[in-house]
Design a binder for this molecule. Structure first.
Ligand SMILES: Nc1nc2c(ncn2[C@@H]2O[C@H](COP(=O)(O)OP(=O)(O)O)[C@@H](O)[C@H]2O)c(=O)[nH]1
Ligand SMILES: [Mg+2]
Length: 375
């Protein structure tokens, strides 16, 4: 397994001088079968961080330097590093790590082990049992950090994660990072982390949080941009809004499907001699295909399937998913009439409940199985 530790730097000369040997030291504990490299992405630091890394790369063959033209933000640096790690270094796993010792190199083997044990996305979490943020942080800083994660959790509905803005992580490339359009990441800065996490989650990655102690910076100053908070808020809300848009479009498609079905059914019974049973079957089948196409090219258009062979694979799945709630609804109505009361109101309440559950069911499985988001 090839692992690349991507470390972005800007004016981290003092830190990187100590960090590279420290990481190399820890890597001696990692089993031989793992090939681990260090890729420093330097934003053309005026303090000569790049030169230091270059010297190290002569001493250690697994140390690489990627030089940006200028400081472009943390997200931009990582995207550059991710692409290089995948395309030029053949990475199976990418680890994100800061250069300032806020991330303890001693934790590295735990990340690698967790991936080896089957996790696709390992999050070094400060907000789980055993994890921590610096005690010396002012109350407002602790609150912002914790509150920001709670906010993201609730708004994005990703309840399995407790730390949304931690920078110490490991991601599996195959099936996950390689499926993302990294150029479409929502932020050039710190907030890219939230978008990346959201994408990993949407791709169905197996997420594991491991506790980390987030230390104080050893040398130098934070490069965190002042607009960080607002930018993160923007990313969280944009992601939510996009999801909401998909959902609203999906509801509209549902209505179009309903009217197509009803219209065709009436046309068939009025204009042909087909028995009602077959007319209903035919109109339902056509409506289902119409909704597939509308969902594919519109509601879920940002992850549409275009290759005919892929469409042919997805369509039967779509039928299966979509028929399940219809069968369930019939059962629910029957059950309610027999067990609650046999009247019009109960039948309609059960019908409405069935539709609501069906909507959630369909939307969930369309999103997770048919149209996985990978932009
Ligand atoms: N290449 C590059 N590295 C950056 C940039 N911004 C921050 N870094 C590095 O990213 C890591 C995390 O940044 P840091 O300032 O410590 O963020 P903080 O821990 O949130 O205060 C450090 O190693 C920085 O040197 C950037 O714009 N470009
Ligand atoms: Mg830092």
């Amino acid at each position: 397994m090839k692992t690349v530790i991507v470390i972005p730097t800007y004016n981290e000369r003092e830190n990187i001088q100590k960090l590279i040997p420290a990481v190399e030291d820890v890597l001696t504990e990692v089993p031989e079968k793992h090939e681990v490299s260090i890729l420093v992405v330097d934003g053309n630091s005026p303090d000569g961080t790049g030169e230091v890394v270059e010297q190290f790369s002569e001493e250690y063959p697994n140390v690489h330097l990627l030089l940006e033209n200028e400081k472009n933000g943390l997200g931009a640096a990582y995207v550059y590093g991710f692409k290089y790690a995948m395309n030029e270094m053949d990475a199976d796993v990418i680890i994100e790590m800061d250069a300032d010792f806020q991330h303890d190199p001693a934790d590295l083997p735990r990340f690698i082990k967790a991936i080896e044990e089957g996790a696709d996305y390992v999050i070094g979490s400060r907000f789980v049992k055993g994890g921590s943020i610096p005690k010396d942080w002012a109350f407002y800083r602790k609150f912002l950090s914790w509150g920001g994660s709670l906010f993201s959790k609730v708004v994005l509905g990703i309840f399995s994660v407790n730390d949304f803005t931690t920078g110490y992580k490991a991601s599996r490339v195959k099936g996950f990072v390689d499926k993302m359009d990294l150029d479409a990441i929502l932020s050039q800065g710190f907030a890219y982390k939230i978008d990346l996490l959201h994408r990993m989650h949407r791709l169905g990655s197996k997420i594991k949080e491991i506790p980390i102690d987030f230390a104080l910076r050893e040398e130098g100053d934070s490069k965190m941009e002042g607009n960080n908070m607002l930018d993160s808020l923007r990313v969280v809300l944009t992601l939510r809004l996009r999801e909401l848009q998909r959902f609203l479009k999906f509801i509209v498609v549902g209505f179009i499907g309903l009217f197509t079905d009803l219209g065709l059914f009436n046309l068939l019974i009025l204009l042909t001699t087909l028995p009602e049973k077959y007319s209903s079957g035919a109109s339902g089948f056509i409506a289902m295909n119409v909704t597939f196409l509308l969902n594919n090219f519109w509601s879920f258009g940002d992850s549409k399937v275009t290759k005919v062979s892929n469409i042919l694979k997805k369509v039967p799945l779509y039928y299966l998913i979509s028929y399940a709630p219809i069968i369930f609804r019939s059962w629910l109505i029957n059950f309610s009439l027999q067990n609650i009361a046999d009247n019009w109101l109960v039948a309609n309440l059960a019908f409405f409940m069935g539709i609501t559950i069906g909507l959630i069911w369909n939307f969930t499985f369309y999103s997770k199985i048919i149209w996985q988001k990978n932009d």
